[in-house]
Design a binder for this molecule. Structure first.
Ligand code: TEU
Length: 528
């Protein structure tokens, strides 16, 4: 294929399949539904879709526990549906990235069933991480590692051996020291590449290799340690060997297939390792998930992110939300305030150098749903702390104000959405917003149209402009500038050009722009 390097500035839309669109009316989103909504995504103007796991799974972690990597879970459809979705997406000019989950399988994977049926020491157990316990009778876990979802990272079998699971007990960690595991995943990647996918989002890409001897962390607060230092189960140097072999595999296919690392590293330098030229093409940049609404904080993150990417010549990525965190509209204060800030943040991130991720529903200005009834809450991360539950960002999308369940189901079916949708979401639905020129959906559509028209700002580097306190201003080449007012007051500054797009009312008089509170403006500066 031609070397377009399409991924360096691609806008990639995250489809959380279960909650995007329901094709068969059972109340659970599926591949048929996603396929039916491809025209929406093409019209929105994104370059690619990332589909979260739709493989055979008992759904202990809603698909991040895979029982068969080469098949589709019946709740999401069939392999034929996956093929049709990939082909249709390509016809719409959209690339398709699928999730691959190599750190762990489901406990219902055939390999784990074999491991359970085997005796301690058997080869079938060598595909996972089994160890004898500590203590006089082996009654204590082999080490002090804690699961990300809370509690010990080890579960004991009746025969006395323990197995490692960095996440839920239903997600046993694979043993990447075993060549059989390498070979199996290479074959899984080939399976999907042969079906035509354009790349993989690699789940827990920093976790596959554990430190030799599985040493204790030896720190009372492991969660803090994970952010601050290298722990024996994350970001081990050995993972890069795997990533390099996957890159060689991707490069052996035509058409620039890509890998995106979901990697958490304790420093920007260590994160940059994941996007060295012979490793993954991108790594998620999670900084904005934790950046407070403050101009200096945002500027610092942009600078550090761009510098990190430059270290190894990779594009930066920009992420405001995903299926694991509270939606940013709510993080930014919720309500009208949260919406104003979200609209400004969209124009900011869509004008920065690099690739931008859009999590389904952020283009509609969806808030986190904070009052889901208890009986619907099944996210395993709630074991760690009920506050950490990830259900509220996974509520199905509203498509049509006047249809049952806001049109989540494309066919009139009997099923209610698997998570209830707030009654107030009618005006947030796609059809309502398409009719309103000032809607958040139309802001995204217009921003993406301009981004494409300007050929993504021609790869131009970012240059900061002087601007008043509480604001950001930068240029991308000669033709484009962006200003962001992160204060709750109007701010005046010299207009850098003519307004292309604004997230809120902005006026220009005698060369002076009056920026609305919590707003962003795109400026054309080429005098046209
Ligand atoms: O997430 C990995 C991960 O580290 C998350 O646990 C994250 O830190 C946390 O959810 C933030 O709130 C990936 C997937 O994105 C997630 O959905 C899965 O649960 C997890 O892997 C296990 O596969």
């Amino acid at each position: 294929g031609t070397a377009t390097r399409w991924w360096r500035d691609a806008v990639i839309y995250q489809v959380y399949v279960r909650s995007f669109a329901d094709g068969n009316g059972d109340g659970v989103g599926d591949l048929l539904g996603a396929r039916g909504r491809l025209p929406y995504l093409a019209d929105l103007g994104v370059d690619a879709v990332w589909l979260t796991p739709f493989f055979t799974s008992p759904m202990a972690d809603f698909g991040y526990d895979v029982a068969d990597y080469r098949d589709v879970d019946p709740i999401f459809g069939s392999l034929a549906d996956a093929r049709a979705l990939i082909d249709d997406a390509h016809r719409h000019g959209l690339r398709v990235i699928v999730d691959v989950v190599p750190n762990h399988t489901s406990d219902r994977h055939a390999w784990f069933a074999e491991a359970l049926a085997a005796c301690p020491g058997d080869a079938a157990r060598e595909r996972y991480i089994f160890r004898p316990g500590r203590g006089a009778a082996g009654e204590l876990p082999p080490n002090d590692w804690e699961s990300i979802f809370g509690g010990p990272a080890w579960t004991r079998l009746p025969d006395g051996e323990w197995y490692l699971h960095l996440f839920a007990p239903q997600q046993p960690d694979l043993n990447w020291e075993n060549p059989e595991v390498h070979a199996e995943f290479e074959s899984i990647l080939r399976f999907w590449l042969d079906l035509g996918v354009d790349g993989f989002r690699v789940d827990v890409a920093h976790g596959m290799v554990k430190a030799e001897g599985l040493p204790d962390v030896g720190h009372p607060d492991q969660v803090k340690m994970i952010g601050a230092d290298v722990v024996p189960f994350f970001d081990q140097d050995g993972v890069h060997e795997i990533h390099r072999s996957w890159r060689r595999l991707l490069d052996s296919y035509p058409g620039e297939r890509i890998g995106v690392a979901e990697a958490w590293a304790p420093s920007p330098q260590r994160l940059a390792n994941y996007v060295r030229p012979d490793e993954m093409h991108q790594a998620f940049n999670f900084h904005f998930l934790k950046t407070p609404w403050d101009a200096d904080a945002f500027r610092a993150v942009v600078q550090e992110s761009l510098a990190t990417a430059d270290l190894v010549g990779a594009p930066s990525t920009w992420v405001l939300s995903n299926h694991d965190v509270k939606r940013h509209l709510t993080r930014y204060g919720g309500g009208e305030l949260g919406l104003r800030r979200s609209r400004a943040a969209a124009l900011l991130t869509l004008s920065l150098p690099g690739s931008a991720y859009v999590y389904q529903g952020e283009e509609l200005g969806l808030p986190e749903v904070l009052d889901l009834p208890e009986e619907f809450l099944h996210d395993p991360q709630r074991h760690r702390n009920p506050e950490d539950g990830r259900d509220g960002c996974r509520v199905p999308l509203p498509w049509a104000a006047d249809e049952p369940h806001f049109g989540f189901s494309l066919l009139p079916g009997t099923g209610s959405p698997w998570l209830p949708m707030p009654a107030s979401w009618g005006p947030l639905s796609v059809d309502s917003q398409l009719r309103d020129p000032l809607s958040t959906l139309n802001l995204y559509r217009e921003a993406l149209r301009i981004r494409r028209e300007r050929r993504r700002f021609d790869d131009a580097p970012l240059t900061w402009l002087d601007s008043p306190e509480g604001t950001l201003a930068f240029r991308r080449g000669d033709g484009f500038a962006c200003t962001v007012n992160l204060t709750g007051e109007p701010v005046a500054l010299p207009a850098p050009g003519r307004i292309l797009l604004a997230s809120a009312g902005t006026t220009v008089e005698d060369g002076l722009a009056r920026l609305a509170p919590d707003s962003a403006v795109w400026w054309g500066t080429d005098g046209a």
